[in-house]
Design a protein around this ligand. Structure first.
Ligand code: ZN
Length: 493
């Protein structure tokens, strides 16, 4: 990869609220942590959008030549998302409803999550640690926070002392919240009699007798606070301070704000250099949520079996639709937009298929290096996929008009355009051919094999004129035959 293409890459850092040039701590290595799923319910499309945003970041960093260690956790401790949700363990609740052992629930929803990720061609992380696999480290971090005086134990639970921390550090800097406003807005909650301040949050919670997922600790049987697992697992695998932490916008507060406070209080170092947050998916202008009745699952989307869906849409249509919006903007789901994305993706893939059939001219009258530079510039500008896709449609226009003889491209430019379009479509945007296309491929394979058989027969009777003609005519259609010891194979040239 040439230096000019490579960078610099700019990312919007939530911490500074600015677009900043991304410079890794230890190039070419990049540490990337993304908050993963909670495994007691199905993933909905809003979750898919969030994981897709970081899939693009992972793919782009890798494409630029960085060696990315990508950590995405599995939240398999059944604690709830904040102290206000005291009471029932969500995994235990699901286990009771589905009459399964809690770890069966964890496995079931983890498998389901992985299936959905595969369906949308979202790449696997380098490490996928689980909260239950890191209890010892979580207890260790609580002990360091206690030792440094930023937490206190009360009745078998341990609370983070927010006012004490805020005396020295900027609590609220990530989410832009002010301590006084936070106090004014805090509701009375169950743990209140134990907490010194309503802002304090549990880093260890004493388990009620009926609580299923609990572990022994120096403070008695209990379970860790939700924010703790990410602090522990990110720094364990990426170092005390690492490059990029990502997650959905809704995780900024309290989850990520608390992660910063815990790391600083335990180890005296801000954990993250670039905080990146993906925006929400709305449906007809309303936030996607199960409670709104618009939080449809990927399965419902594919089958079209939901009152808000006019028909089913393929996973790649959804992926393409989502990538036509910048990750930092809200994206509204509508049937009209999905149908437009479906047509657009088809046009794009058809143009990709035309690439091998383009014939070269002596001169080019299209600026392919300029097009390439604009694709890279768009991606380096805070992963601007909508602008990059617009450039790909310029490539589609050039391909189609070259095919129709209205434009000419030199052989090196055809090669460059081919490389660029394939890299952006398949590697960077992660688009795949649809099942229908796969079926077409199967039919095509049968057809080509039939020609290979006829060519073999011609060769057998020493009719080389016919066998060569078959080979050449297929080559003109972009189907290249290759003779090997095992027989003849084919591929698109
Ligand atoms: Zn997290």
């Amino acid at each position: 990869m040439s230096g000019s293409k490579k960078g610099p890459l700019f990312l919007t850092n939530t911490l500074s609220r600015k677009k900043e040039e991304f410079v890794p701590l230890r190039p070419p290595h990049v540490g990337l942590y993304v908050c993963g799923p909670t495994v007691y319910s199905d993933v909905h499309l809003g979750n898919v959008r969030s994981f897709l945003s970081f899939d693009i970041l992972f793919r782009w960093l890798s494409h630029l030549g960085y060696k990315v260690r990508y950590v995405r956790n599995i939240t398999d401790v059944g604690h709830l998302v904040d102290d206000i949700d005291e009471g029932e363990d969500k995994i235990a609740k699901r286990a009771r409803l589905e009459q399964l052992e809690p770890m069966e629930i964890v496995q079931k929803y983890t498998n389901g999550f992985h299936e959905v990720m595969r369906l949308f061609n979202i790449l696997s992380p380098s490490i996928e640690p689980t909260a239950t696999g890191h209890l010892i480290e979580q207890i260790g971090m609580i002990e360091r926070i206690l030792k440094n005086g930023y937490a206190y134990a009360a009745n078998g639970s341990v609370y983070f002392d927010v006012p004490k921390y805020a005396e020295q550090y900027a609590y609220g800097e990530l989410s832009g919240r002010k301590i006084d406003e936070l106090i004014a807005n805090t509701r009375d909650t169950e743990g209140m009699e134990e907490k010194r301040s309503p802002l304090d949050f549990a880093i260890w919670k004493k388990a009620a007798p009926h609580h299923l997922m609990k572990w022994p600790s120096p403070w008695g049987e209990g379970f860790p606070g939700w924010h703790l697992e990410c602090s522990v697992m990110s720094t364990k695998y990426l170092g005390r301070t690492f490059d990029i932490h990502g997650g959905g916008m809704d995780l900024k507060f309290p989850h990520h704000e608390c992660e910063i406070a815990q790391s600083v209080a335990a180890d005296g170092a801000a954990p993250v250099r670039y905080w990146v947050h993906g925006n929400m998916l709305t449906v007809n202008g309303r936030k996607m949520a199960k409670s709104e009745g618009n939080g449809f699952t990927p399965e419902e989307l594919l089958s079209g079996d939901h009152k808000l869906l006019e028909k089913g849409y393929s996973a790649m249509t959804v992926r393409f639709f989502m990538l036509q919006c910048h990750y930092g903007s809200t994206l509204d789901f509508s049937n009209a937009a999905m149908q437009a994305a479906e047509k657009g993706l088809e046009r794009l893939m058809k143009a990709v298929d035309l690439l091998p059939a383009l014939s070269a001219s002596a001169q080019s009258d299209a600026d392919i290096p300029g097009l390439e530079a604009r694709c890279y510039a768009a991606m380096n500008d805070d992963l601007n996929t909508p602008v990059m896709i617009a450039e790909l449609f310029e490539a589609v226009r050039i391909i189609n008009s070259t095919k129709d003889g209205k434009q000419s491209l030199s052989a090196p430019d055809i090669e460059r355009l081919d490389g660029l379009v394939r890299a952006m479509v398949f590697e960077v945007l992660g688009l795949q051919r649809e099942q229908v296309v796969a079926d077409d491929h199967k039919a095509m394979d049968g057809l080509v094999k039939e020609f290979i058989r006829l060519r073999g027969e011609a060769k057998g009777r020493k009719d080389f004129a016919t066998s060569d003609a078959i080979r050449d005519r297929l080559a003109a259609l972009g189907i290249m035959l290759k003779d090997t010891k095992e027989g003849t194979t084919w591929e698109r040239g």
